[in-house]
Every structure is written in structure tokens, then in C-alpha cells.
Design a protein around this ligand. Structure first.
Ligand code: ADP
Length: 566
């Protein structure tokens, strides 16, 4: 008994304590040698073991088996009980297996079966590989059935984990492949000394304009790239293990068959492909096509350079213009000085010419022939013309430099008109029909003007009307007022002014040449001075004219009112 139940395990103790005589096995000293041997082996084994013995299948088990009896009072009740009475709940299943062993010596084998047991204070899923084996008695007959178990939970879980991991790996791989394929940047894996394409994503294929890259060497698949020095860079990356970064690198590619090679610009990285053992087996290429950015930036740079050139050019033109302006100013000053000098120097001899011609005409110096009188009249006309020219030039200069003094007051435009008409009356003589269309109530009107300047303007306009209206024509002098202004209009039925001249006649020295009236004299300064004078009095001088119909010049001047004192 002592050897059969040797050991300090719980079950050895319980076996020692159990009254085996009360069981179908009878007292231990009557047990067969085989039974004692198998029980003593079972009790010291670390493998979970369970034994049914004898025709009543009396039960014995060791410490290692104990947890698989779970909770619920099966342990230690199971020890020494008859199998059929103990496993009532599962006898249908295990009964035939045990009987198969007992009757026919047929062993069973169950691999990685899930048998949950209570362990570490909770119900754990535990996997077992176990077998039912016959145990021979001393006489060679089958005396019992031994169950030997081996826990395989760790391996089963590891296997299961492996399966899960593999499945996840497959999913991850395909996800990675999708990302790789659809990545906006280009990417390829080149393996081996000849750089065989193992992977190339859509962007890479689009960049090089080819799809059938996989399995080909770089040289076969994209020969133009291979010939542009990229292979030696790849070699250096594999040899040194140092990655290579290219920025805006130009690469010439034949992107569609039969089309000419095209220059593209790429940002790219060559990264060594390092194996688990540390060897470098190829290169991972990735990057992006930056052609459009590079071209756009170059265009911006070109435009900037052009703008800079334009700015430099503009500055030089401004400088030239400034130089020209200051030259013109110097010339202008010289001209003004000259004009002042000439007009001053000419006026007194002209006065003396006029006086002497008058004296001769008055026959103070003796009788004058008819021919001489005509000559004296020509001298007088020329002298007057010259005097007018000098006076107008001086006026123009004074207006231009802002030295013209305006003696502004409340002036009756009708009165000034009458004055002016009286002055030029002789020019109309009997050849023109002159109408004065100013109603009497307009006599009350006043304009803000310098009366002498207004008269000068009107004399000039009336003189022109007389000069440019053929005999038999008409001149109408009108005066109208609106809220703010008085409009004095000199309208003639003369030759008219071509549309293309209607603005330029207000510029100095512009005269419309008319071959039908070659004898008409003038300086071309009258209208320029008149408009400047009108504007100097806050007024305006405008023209409406039609060839062959006539011209109408209107002087507009601001009204004065009692409520608007000057
Ligand atoms: P001038 O009469 O001394 O030539 P103006 O400056 O007064 O100078 O006039 C400029 C030009 O405008 C004239 O030479 C003439 O050709 C044209 N002109 C002026 N008034 C009239 C008009 N009433 N009818 C036709 N042409 C005119």
C-alpha cells in the first residue's frame, strides 16, 4: 500500500485515506500487480491521468487531472466510484469508448479537444490531446482503461493566433497593395543586381508611359531612363545603403510609342531594400512628378524677370522723358524770353512805321499818287497784322504762364456784345446780313467776367464770322441764359469747319486751309486765346459747325445773381 500510494500529492493522500475494501476493487493488498503498478505510476505523473479499473470501472486519478473535473463536487467524489454511476450525464458518449477499449483493446486518440476547466479561480477554455488506452492485468486480460491527457491550450491558441495573424496579414497586404497601387506619388520596387521590377504602381506606370513592367529589368522596360545615369545612382544606393534624394530631377521619357521624348521633372527617393539578414537586395523607388509645378514656377520666374526688365525700361523712359521735359522747359523759357524781347523791340518801330505811313497818307510830306496811296494802305494793313500777331503771342504766353490778370466783375453780356459788334461793324459792311437776337429782358443779366477779355473773345469770333462767311451770307448774334450760365452764340452761314478740325482749331497756329479763299489772313491764334480767356473766367468756348452750312461758336460764362454776390 505504501508504494502504491507513495508521494505527497493530494490524490496520493486521498488514496491512502480511502477505504478501498468498500469498493469493488477490494483491499489494496489484494490488488493485482498490474493495478498497483499503474496506480503508482499514475499518482506521480505530471500528465493528467484517469483510470477506470475492473468490470465496474472503478475510478482513480492524479493531481494533474483534478482540475478537469471542474467544480460542482465531482472532485474528490469521483475517486473510487464506479464509472457508470459517476458519469451519468455523458455516459452515452464515453461509455461506448470505454467499452470499446475494455472489450476489444481499441485505443482512442483525441487531439486538441476543448475541455473547459476551472483554473486560477475561473472557467478557462483548455485544449487537450488525450487517448483512451487499454491496461493489461497480470493475466494478460484487459483490466482497465487509462486516460492520458496533455494540455495543448498554448499551442492551439498559438495556432489560432497564427491563423488570425495570417488572415490579418493577407488583409493588410492587400490594403497596402491598394494604397501602393493608388498612391498619388509613383512607387516601384526594383530587385536584384539588374533591378527587376517586382512592383510598380499606377502612377509609376503613368509616368513612364508603360504598363508591362513587372518581371522586366529596368534596362529592358525603360531603356531611356537606364541610359540617363540612374543605374549608377541605384548601384550606389545598394552598395552604400545610403538613400538618395533627387529634387526636380529632369528625366527624358518616351511616354507614348512613336511620340518624341518628353522632359519631365521628378522629386524622388531611392531607398535600399534591406532583407531580414541585413543584405541589400534592391531599391524602393518613390516620388512625385513635379513637372507642372516646375514649369509653372519657371513661367513665374520668366514673368518676374520680364517685369523687372520692363520696370528698368520704364525707369529709363521716365528719365528720358524727364530730360526731354526739362530740355523743353529750357527751350520754352528761351522762347518766352525771346518773345518778350522781340515784341518789345518790334512794337516801337511798328508804331513809328504806322505814324510815318499815316503822315504820308495825310500828304503832310507832299502829295501822294494813287499808286502810292494803295502802297501806304498795304503798309498800314501789314503793320496792323504784325501788331495783332505780337499782341496775341504775348497774350498766349501770359495765359500759359498764368500771368494773365483778370479783372472780374458783374458784366452785362449784352452791352459787351454791342461794344464788340460796333468794333467789327465795318467788317460786315453791306456784304452780310447781321441779326441781333437778344431780348430786352436779357439786359438785366450779369455774368462774372472781365469785360475787356469778354470783348476780345467776341471781337475775335465776330471777325472770324465775317472772314469765313462769303458775301450775301448771314451772321446771327444770340444770347440765352439758363440757371447757372449765360450762352452767347455767334452763328454764321459761312464755309464751316471740317469735323476733323473742330477740336484742333482751338490750338495755336491751326488754320483750315481753303483753296477757294486763299486771301484770308489770320494768325491761327485767335481761337486758342479766346478759349483760354473763357476758361480763365470759369467759362467755356465751344463750337458746332458743318461744312457749307456754317459755324456757331458759343461762349458760356457763369451768371451772377443778387443772392450770389461776387
Ligand atoms: P485766324 O482766324 O487768325 O486764322 P483763329 O484761331 O481765330 O485764327 O481761327 C483758326 C482757324 O479756324 C481759322 O484759320 C479758320 O480756318 C477756322 N475758323 C475760325 N472761325 C471760323 C468760322 N467762323 N468759319 C469757318 N472757319 C473758321
Amino acid at each position: 500500500m505504501a508504494e502504491t500510494f507513495a508521494g505527497d500529492g493530494e490524490m496520493a493522500g486521498r488514496c491512502r485515506a480511502l477505504d478501498w475494501a468498500a469498493t469493488p476493487l477490494g483491499p489494496v493488498d489484494r490488488w493485482s500487480h498490474s493495478l498497483r503498478t499503474i496506480v503508482s505510476t499514475l499518482l506521480v505523473s505530471r500528465h493528467p491521468m484517469f483510470l477506470w479499473w475492473g468490470p465496474h470501472l472503478v475510478q482513480l486519478y492524479n493531481d494533474a487531472y483534478r482540475p478537469s473535473l471542474a467544480e460542482g463536487g465531482r472532485h474528490p467524489r469521483a475517486l473510487g466510484m464506479r464509472g457508470r454511476e459517476f458519469w451519468t450525464d455523458i455516459w452515452d458518449i464515453i461509455g461506448p469508448q470505454i467499452e470499446g477499449v475494455m472489450d476489444q483493446g481499441k485505443a482512442t486518440w483525441h487531439e486538441d479537444q476543448l475541455v473547459p476547466i476551472v483554473r486560477n479561480g475561473r472557467l478557462e477554455e483548455v485544449y487537450w490531446t488525450y487517448g483512451y488506452s487499454p491496461v493489461r492485468d497480470d493475466d494478460g486480460s484487459i483490466g482497465g482503461t487509462l486516460v492520458v491527457c496533455q494540455e495543448t491550450t498554448a499551442r492551439v491558441l498559438a495556432d489560432r493566433m497564427m491563423v488570425t495573424l495570417n488572415r490579418e496579414l493577407v488583409v493588410e497586404r492587400s490594403r497596402l497593395a491598394d494604397v501602393f497601387r493608388e498612391a498619388p506619388g509613383f512607387a516601384a520596387v526594383l530587385r536584384g543586381p539588374d533591378y527587376v521590377f517586382e512592383l510598380a504602381n499606377d502612377a509609376y506606370c503613368a509616368l513612364v508611359g508603360r504598363r508591362d513592367l513587372i518581371g522586366k529589368t529596368l534596362h529592358e522596360a525603360v531603356p531611356e531612363v537606364a541610359e540617363q545615369g540612374f543605374i549608377s545612382i541605384l548601384d550606389a544606393v545598394v552598395t552604400t545603403g545610403q538613400r538618395y534624394v533627387g529634387r526636380e530631377a529632369p528625366v527624358v521619357l518616351v511616354r507614348t510609342p512613336d511620340s518624341p521624348a518628353e522632359e519631365r521633372f521628378v522629386d524622388f527617393v531611392y531607398q535600399p531594400l534591406v532583407e531580414v539578414d541585413g543584405t541589400r537586395s534592391g531599391v524602393v523607388v518613390h516620388g512625385s512628378d513635379v513637372t507642372e509645378q516646375v514649369r509653372a514656377r519657371r513661367e513665374v520666374e520668366r514673368l518676374l524677370a520680364e517685369t523687372e526688365r520692363a520696370v528698368v525700361e520704364r525707369d529709363s523712359l521716365v528719365r528720358q522723358a524727364q530730360a526731354a521735359r526739362s530740355e523743353a522747359e529750357i527751350a520754352n523759357r528761351a522762347k518766352d524770353d525771346f518773345l518778350a524781347l522781340v515784341s518789345h523791340e518790334l512794337r516801337s518801330p511798328l508804331g513809328s512805321i504806322a505814324n510815318n505811313a499815316q503822315m504820308l497818307a495825310m500828304e503832310i510830306c507832299g502829295p501822294v499818287t494813287e499808286k502810292q496811296r494803295l502802297a501806304l494802305q498795304r503798309i498800314d494793313r501789314s503793320q496792323k497784322h504784325l501788331l495783332t500777331l505780337i499782341q496775341q503771342l504775348l497774350d498766349l504766353k501770359q495765359i500759359a504762364v498764368g500771368h494773365m490778370a483778370f479783372n472780374i466783375g458783374a458784366v452785362s453780356p449784352v452791352e459787351v456784345l454791342e461794344d464788340a459788334s460796333a468794333i467789327v461793324d465795318w467788317q460786315f459792311e453791306k456784304k452780310l446780313h447781321v441779326t441781333f437776337e437778344c431780348s430786352d429782358d436779357l439786359r438785366q443779366l450779369r455774368v462774372r467776367a472781365d469785360p475787356d477779355k469778354l470783348r476780345q473773345i467776341l471781337v475775335n469770333l465776330l471777325t472770324n464770322a465775317a472772314k469765313f462767311t462769303p458775301a450775301g451770307g448771314s451772321v446771327t448774334i444770340g444770347c440765352e441764359a439758363d440757371e447757372d450760365r449765360v450762352h452767347i452764340t455767334i452763328r454764321d452761314s459761312g464755309i464751316g469747319i471740317p469735323l476733323s478740325y473742330q477740336e484742333s482749331v482751338f490750338e495755336p497756329f491751326i488754320q483750315v486751309r481753303d483753296s477757294r479763299q486763299p486771301s484770308i489772313t489770320g494768325t491761327g491764334l485767335g481761337l486758342a486765346i479766346s478759349r483760354d480767356l473763357a476758361r480763365g473766367m470759369a467759362g467755356e468756348l465751344t463750337l458746332e459747325s458743318e461744312i457749307g452750312v456754317g459755324s456757331a461758336f458759343t461762349v458760356a460764362l457763369p451768371r451772377t445773381r443778387p443772392e450770389r454776390p461776387l
